[in-house]
Structures are given as C-alpha cells and as structure tokens.
Design a binder for this molecule. Structure first.
Ligand code: NAD
Length: 497
C-alpha cells in the first residue's frame, strides 16, 4: 500500500489534510494505495512555491529552459517502463498502450525543446522616421493544469511541457484515480535541473480545483475532462479573470463510404473503438456506414472481431484490452448498454457477461456492438466512454456528413474512402475540430495543435503546437523611437506618413 502526497517545492510531501482517496487496482478491484486530497493549506503552499519560482525561471534564457527539457526527455525515455507500469496498474490500460501514453506526451516535450525559436517575436525596422516596432511573447506567471484519468502522463506533459518552456511555473492537479505517473514526472523534472517550484503536483478533488482556480496568483488554467466540468471551469476562470482553455467529452464518428477498403476500415475501427476499453477522447465509438450494403458487410465483419477481443490483465502481453477504470464506471457503461436495448437498437454483441478466471473482482467488460442506432437515441447522443461500438446507418454522403456535424460533441471524426474528392469535401465541410482521412484517431502531431469544437472544447486556443505557445504567453508590442532632436508636443493621434 503506497501513500501519495503532493509534490511541492521540489520534493514529495505527505498530505496534511485528513482527506484521502483510495487508488484502486482495476484489474483486481483491490486497493493499491491512498492519495491525499489537498485542502487550503497545501494548495496555498503550491501556489506560493510556483509564484516564488516565477521571477527567476521567466528570466532564465530560453536555451537554458530548453536544456532542462532535453534532459527531462532523456530521463523519461529511460524511465518509460516504470511509468508505463504505474499507468497500467492504476488506469488499467494494457502496457503497450501505456507506453504510447508516455510517448505521445514526450513528443510535446520534443516540440517544447524548440522554444528559443518558437517564442521569438517579430520586428519591423523603420516603421516610421527613426521608429521600430517589435512584438515579444512573455510568460503569464503561474499556470494550472487539471487533468483527467485517461492519459495520466500524456496530458500533464502536453500542458506543463509548453507552459514551462515558455517561462511559466506550473501546478498540475491530476486525476485522483491515477496520481502516480504525474508525481514521477515531477521528480524527473527536478532531476533534469528544473528549479524548485517550477513544477508542482497537488493531488486532490473538487476542493483543490476550486481553490486553485480562484487564487489571484494563478494566471492561466488548462483543463481536460468531461464537458459539464469543462464548461463550469471555463465559466469560473473567465469570471475570475484568468486565461482558460477547457476541453471536454467526445463522441467521434468513423464514416465508411461504399468504396472504402473494408478490411482496413474494420481493423482501424476495432482499435479505435475498443483500444483502452474505449476510454479515449479520440476513440471511435460510432461507425457510420453509407448504404445498406456497406452496413451489412461491416456488421458481418465486425461481429467476430468484437467477439474475439482478448480482454485480460493489463500486464498480460496477450491482452488487447484491460479493465475499465472504476467499478462505478463499469456500472455506468452497463446502464448505457441497457438503455440502448430499451431504445430499440440491436445488440449484436453483448459484452456484459464476461467472466475472467482469477480476475472476477476486476472492472472488466467485453466489447459490445450495436446496430440500427438512430440519432434520436440518448445512448447515441451521450458519451459512453467504454468498449461499446454503435452503428448508425446512413443512406448517403450528406447524411453521414450531417451526423457528426450536428452532434453536441465535435472532437474528432474520421472518413474511410478511396475517393480523394469525397474525403476532401468531407474534411472541408464537417463541423468537427480534428479530422482523419483513413486515419482512425486523428490526434494531431505535437507541432500542430489539439482541440475539439462545440461541447468538446471551451476557449479560443488549442493544446500544444503553435496554439500552445500562444496560450501560455501574452503578446507585448513595443513601438520605439530614439529622436535626435527634442520634439514638439502634438495633440493629434500619431500617424506614420
Ligand atoms: P472528470 O471531468 O471527471 O475529471 C477531470 C478532472 O477534473 C480531474 O482532475 C478531477 O479531479 C477534476 N474534477 C472532477 N470533478 C470536478 C468538479 N466537480 N469540480 C472541479 N474539478 C473536478 O473527467 P475524467 O473522468 O477524469 O476523464 C474522462 C473525461 O475526459 C471524458 O469525458 C473524456 O472525453 C474527457 N477527455 C477529453 C479530452 C479532450 O482533449 N477533449 C482528453 C481526455 C479526456
């Protein structure tokens, strides 16, 4: 049994409040350890530490900040197995997927290593007589990141990698379900040479979040989690005068046109819908085959694949899919399956009655496949976030385009086709933030920016890439003149002749 406290001022410290939460092993349903839930005192310590570290860190030249990130990248690479095991143990995703969680975070660290170039401003010499104008991007101060359970390494690195590179100091408030990976990342950041207070981790729940987002010393908040909370965080931070970006839930559609390579589409769909037990914001839980013939073939091909998914312990190399994160979440997903049946969808594969020998208390569900799902069903409108694939049959291209475009979420969408002009038109017209063409999970690479539309993203700037640098810096523009003669007062607005 471990005890996780907080990481403040360069070291792990035990929780001082009496509030704790159990960290569960989803593979067995047993308690792995306990995590402290911060109260006022600990949040105060973290914000003070980050505030104190800011003046020196923001004045550290960008190449030195980049060197710390370079060292951090190497340390994380050397530690990837330990990190992956921590993630698998607390989250339940299989080890290969947990390594990917670390790797996709590291890619943003690699991007952030380019900060001396990325943070450069612009300069106009001779904008007027003896006048030059230049712009600079300055760090904001103390940044806060509030992260979800499903990517305990990647999403913290997306946030703090860019924030710290830009000269901010940072406080991460990870999910209380899997706090160990972010704590290890903070340790490695100190080993890499970041000064104390540059990266802190405060564990906790709603109480810690509310304290962090109302502290006047916090300048900016980046949130990733479910939409209702994303919206509440967005509104509260805006009210408190903070810069904020808040990313929410998703229901990503994968469109299959009649000319698609169906073998490829099925392979990608199976991975996209059931990988990580469907607990990915870029999962593909809805398939939209166009035309009855495509739909019939797709269902026929998917059924045996869903039935033969290898569900098992996350450390077992043979497992395709591990357990879900909590018992409560398993119940929630079961309720949605029940709802789908009651709403009249056809349950082609029922994953509810899975029995794994020796793992009876684990939070497992098999894959479920629904056909004949319609847009009026609540089980279609809501995010399920589990191993459930719903098929909505579309008669034509326009209907297939309308379904994701009109859905409340607009995170990702994919289209599978051999027709370049259809794909191009789809990408141009669809009302969704991230699009894949013959790519099932179109998470943009680190040097592009990540973010969904509608109820999947609140705010104006996206994560990492160029938007990440914009979010974590403020723009200052300087107009300068060094006159040789003393000038006369002028009472009209200056204009460049
Ligand atoms: P969640 O909203 O329950 O929790 C996210 C974070 O908010 C956690 O740190 C949690 O402690 C905190 N939190 C929970 N309740 C709170 C409250 N009432 N007030 C303030 N803070 C609160 O989300 P989760 O279950 O950890 O993660 C799954 C969700 O995240 C899914 O909806 C998924 O789609 C979404 N997600 C979105 C993206 C994206 O980029 N759009 C990425 C990953 C996950």
């Amino acid at each position: 049994m471990f005890e996780r406290g907080h990481f403040i001022d360069g070291r792990e410290m035990p929780g001082a409040s009496t509030r704790n939460a159990d960290v569960m092993d989803p593979s067995s349903g047993s308690v792995l350890g306990r995590v402290a839930l911060a109260s006022k005192d600990e949040v105060e310590k973290a914000v003070t530490s980050a505030s104190k570290a800011f003046p020196d860190w923001s004045a550290t030249n960008p190449q030195r900040r980049a060197r710390v990130l370079f060292r951090f990248k190497e340390l994380v690479e050397n530690d990837i197995e330990t990190l992956a095991r921590l993630i698998s143990a607390e989250h339940g995703k299989v080890l290969a997927d947990a390594r990917g969680d670390v790797q996709r975070g590291l890619e943003v660290i690699e991007f952030a290593c380019g900060i001396p170039h990325l943070q450069k401003g612009e300069y106009t010499e001779g904008a007027g007589p003896g006048i030059d104008v230049y712009s600079i991007r300055q760090p904001l101060g103390v940044g806060v990141g509030i992260t979800p359970f499903n990517f305990p390494a990647m999403i913290p690195m997306w946030m703090f990698g860019v924030a710290i590179a830009c000269g901010n100091t940072f406080i991460c408030k990870p999910s209380e379900r899997d706090p160990s990976a972010p704590m290890r990342l903070a340790e490695l950041m100190m080993e890499a040479g970041a000064p104390e207070g540059v990266l802190n981790v405060v564990n906790g729940d709603k109480e810690a979040v509310n304290l962090l987002i109302s502290d006047p010393r916090v300048s900016a908040v980046s949130f990733v989690g479910s939409s209702a909370i994303a919206q509440a965080i967005y509104e509260a931070c805006a009210h408190n005068g903070k810069r904020v970006q808040a990313f929410g839930g998703a229901k990503n559609h994968l469109i299959v046109l009649p000319d698609a390579d169906l073998d490829n589409a099925v392979n990608q769909l199976i991975g996209g819908a059931f990988g990580s037990a469907g607990e990915r914001c870029m999962a593909t839980p809805v398939a939209v085959p166009v035309g009855e013939d495509t739909a019939d073939k797709l269902v026929q091909m998917l059924k045996p694949r869903v039935e033969s998914l290898k569900i098992g312990h996350p450390f077992d190399k043979e497992s395709d899919v591990g357990p879900l994160v909590t018992r409560a979440h398993v119940e929630r997903v079961r309720n949605y399956i029940e709802m789908g049946v009651k709403e009249g969808a056809e349950l082609v594969v029922d994953g509810r009655n899975i029995a794994l020998q020796g793992l009876e208390e684990g939070y497992y569900l098999g894959g479920s496949l629904f056909d004949q799902v319609t847009p009026t069903m609540k089980s279609y409108q809501d995010e399920i976030f589990g191993p459930v694939l719903q098929i909505v049959r579309a008669p034509d291209f326009e209907t297939a385009l309308r379904l994701p475009s009109e859905h409340q979420y607009g995170n990702g969408v994919a289209i599978f086709t051999r027709n370049g002009s259809a794909a191009r038109e789809f990408a141009a017209r669809v009302n969704v933030g991230m699009v894949g063409v013959n790519v099932p999970i179109p998470v943009p690479l680190s040097y592009y920016s990540f973010g969904g539309w509608k109820r999947s993203g609140f705010g104006d700037t996206n994560q990492h890439g160029p938007d990440g640098v914009r979010f974590w810096t403020k723009l200052k523009t300087v107009t300068q003149r060094w006159p040789e003669d003393v000038s006369q007062a002028s009472y009209s607005i200056p204009v460049m002749e």
